[in-house]
Design a protein around this ligand. Structure first.
Ligand SMILES: *Cc1c(COP(=O)(O)O)cnc(C)c1O
Length: 396
């Protein structure tokens, strides 16, 4: 029996425990200490972002965004349904209505061409989600946002260190949200960041993130005591997590390079199957530089996808499907969406399979995944051809 190939295995860069020990020794383990400073300055410099605030998760960053932009009852927020629940929940819990727009068949990102017709008097913001670390068509989205005076909040949970037209994701909208959850490229267990690209939002973001107090201004000596100033919550990332994260961010280039190699191996070795029209590989448009967050394949239909998923599972290879589209989930249905409303989204959800992908996956393991996909499609194409013949004979 072959050994198990998991879907994900959190990557440990090596110095995490060393830096955590340092944080403990330094004596400040709550947040916004030395390691938070190091992490944010690496990212602000590299990504060209005015201000980055570390948060406990991308979910928290999205919630902070909703509070910061005063999004609430009566407002509509445009987003894809092919995304993680937090993209919608952050705005729904504030009282706003999610307006789901279909995705592009090539990148599986929000279809910018369908956004304009979804804009109403009530629309307050657009939330593009950069799926798999490949950017949405931001030029078009930003142009529409300007034309209709809307805010853009990038859900760049999967897009840390990826680019669009030479600009880093998270630096394009008014706000950008990152995730450092253990399933993402750069991790600290649970963690996230809010990217602030408008100077005028920075002071209030500090206050909301720190329980609605001006503690930040107090620490900077701008006020002599801190007090309750605004709405807020507890959205500061612990220094212990920051210390862990710093060990990962020091290895930006190595992690990126390794993920590219893994991606390229799958791509090159599955290309023959795509050329044969037996499956479809990920598409990265010319103006996008991916961070290789994941590798997915699209099968011709759900039956083949589910069949392949089970075939791989029996062989101890853990491939997984992805999002249940939000409009067809029990909560999403409360806004009167129904199956068939977003055909491209539904097709992608039915046919997509994500392959095992982690820093330490070996070439032998990747080869095994490729071989088993080939084997399965060979057998199942043969079966379907037999069925075609049988059906034809039955008709004669
Ligand atoms: C992972 C993910 C999130 C949530 O990130 P957390 O840090 O776990 O809160 C949000 N949106 C998308 C698109 C994601 O992939």
């Amino acid at each position: 029996m072959n050994s198990l190939i998991p879907f994900n295995r959190p990557f440990i860069a090596g110095k995490e425990l060393h830096y955590i020990a340092q944080a403990v020794t330094l004596g400040n383990i709550s947040g916004d200490g030395e390691f938070a400073r190091r992490c944010t300055s690496i990212m602000e410099e590299r990504f060209g972002i005015k201000k980055i605030l570390l948060t406990p998760s991308c979910t928290a960053s999205l919630e902070l965004s909703a509070m910061l932009l005063n999004i609430g009852p009566g407002d509509e927020v445009i987003m894809p349904a092919y995304t993680f629940v937090s993209t919608a929940n952050a705005f729904v819990r504030a009282g706003a209505k999610p307006v789901f727009v279909d995705i592009r068949p090539d990148t599986l990102n929000l279809d910018a061409r369908l956004v304009e017709q979804a804009i109403t008097e009530k629309t307050k913001a657009i939330v593009p989600v950069h799926y798999a670390g490949v950017s949405c068509e931001m030029d078009l989205i930003l142009t529409l946002a300007e034309k209709y005076d809307l805010k853009v909040i990038e859900d760049a949970a999967q897009g840390v260190n990826a680019q669009y037209n030479q600009k880093y994701l998270g630096s394009l909208g008014q706000l950008g949200c990152y995730s450092f959850h253990e399933t993402k490229n750069f991790i600290c267990g649970e963690g996230g960041a809010l990217c602030l690209n408008s100077e005028e939002l920075i002071d209030r973001a500090h206050i909301i993130r720190d329980k609605g107090t001006n503690r930040q201004a107090f620490f900077q000596g701008q006020v002599d005591k801190y007090t309750w100033c605004d709405i807020g919550s507890s959205f500061v990332l612990s220094e212990i997590n920051c210390a862990f994260l710093y060990a990962q961010l020091e290895m930006f280039d190595e992690i990126n390079q390794r993920r590219k190699e893994i991606f390229d191996f799958y791509y090159e070795n599955l290309l023959a199957l795509e050329n044969n029209q037996q499956l479809r590989l990920p598409c990265v448009p010319e103006d996008c530089l991916s961070n290789h967050h994941m590798f997915y394949i699209l099968l011709p239909n759900k039956t083949l996808r589910d069949g392949l998923l089970n075939h791989l599972k029996k062989l101890q290879i853990h491939a997984v499907f992805h999002f249940v589209p939000l409009h067809s989930a029990p909560m999403g249905k409360t806004w009167d969406y129904k199956h068939g409303d977003l055909p491209v989204t539904e097709q992608a959800a039915d046919c997509l399979l994500r392959l095992p992908f982690y820093y330490e996956i070996t070439t032998e393991e990747q080869q095994r995944v490729v071989d088993e996909i080939q084997q399965f499609l060979l057998e199942n194409t043969a079966v379907s051809q037999t069925e075609v013949l049988r059906a034809r004979n039955a008709l004669q």
